[in-house]
Design a protein. Structure first.
Lengths: 112, 108
């Protein structure tokens, strides 16, 4: 089973709202990732968690705040976003010792 | 700066033909290579991974890796309309670097 789940599928939020994206995997993967993808562009890495610790932050603005409560769950907290943050947000995970990444279905975010 | 280059598209192929996609990369230390398929509005789906020089076949897909020349390719045999998608090349060395993608259109 190579399933990564993400909720919600779609999210519309105003610039003053606070919302969270959720990602879950039950494959025992120890690395989890957040990506942002704009239309007709490749995914851009935002954050990497390894063994529940933040290992990479690709200079992402502080209005995006990741959290890894346990080895199966990854959250992305959103606050005071800008319209240009509208994108598809993808979560991925990879097995220990491997670089193969399995993506969830994504959350399509629209910031008004 | 790790760079992954995919030749510009879109690539139009008749149904039943072979689609050929190429990807070059700049980081000689790269160890793992992947092809993802992404349908419009959907997330990337892993279709092939390759780690050593040579060919790897999986159904109608064949990945080819040449580390000396720093390129990886994907062949899709007997192309079907359902193969119409964007194909992303990804190269790994601690993290994945993605190419911009190649759009493939299979014409019935």
């Amino acid at each position: 089973d190579t399933e990564v789940t993400q909720t919600p599928k779609h999210l519309v939020m105003g610039m003053t709202n606070k919302k969270s994206l959720k990602c879950e995997q039950h494959m025992g993967h120890r690395a989890m990732y957040w990506y942002k993808q704009k239309a007709k562009k490749p995914p851009e890495l935002m954050f990497v968690y390894s063994y529940e610790k933040l290992s990479i932050n690709e200079s992402v603005p502080s209005r995006f705040s990741p959290e890894c409560p346990n080895s199966s769950l990854l959250n992305l907290h959103l606050h005071a976003l800008q319209p240009e943050d509208s994108a598809l947000y993808l979560c991925a995970s990879s097995p220990e010792g491997q670089e193969t990444q399995y993506f969830g279905p994504g959350t399509r975010l629209l910031v008004l | 700066q790790k760079e992954v280059e995919q030749n510009s598209g879109p690539l139009s192929v008749p149904e039943g033909a072979i689609a050929s996609l190429n990807c070059t990369y700049s980081d000689r230390g790269s160890q793992s290579f992947f092809w993802y398929r992404q349908y419009s509005g959907k997330s990337p789906e892993l279709i092939m991974s390759i780690y050593s020089n040579g060919d790897k076949e999986d159904g109608r897909f064949t990945a080819q890796l040449n580390k000396a020349s720093q390129y990886v390719s994907l062949l899709i045999r007997d192309s079907q309309p359902s193969d119409s998608a964007t194909y992303l090349c990804a190269v790994g060395n601690n993290r994945l670097a993605f190419g911009k993608g190649n759009q493939v259109v299979v014409i019935p």
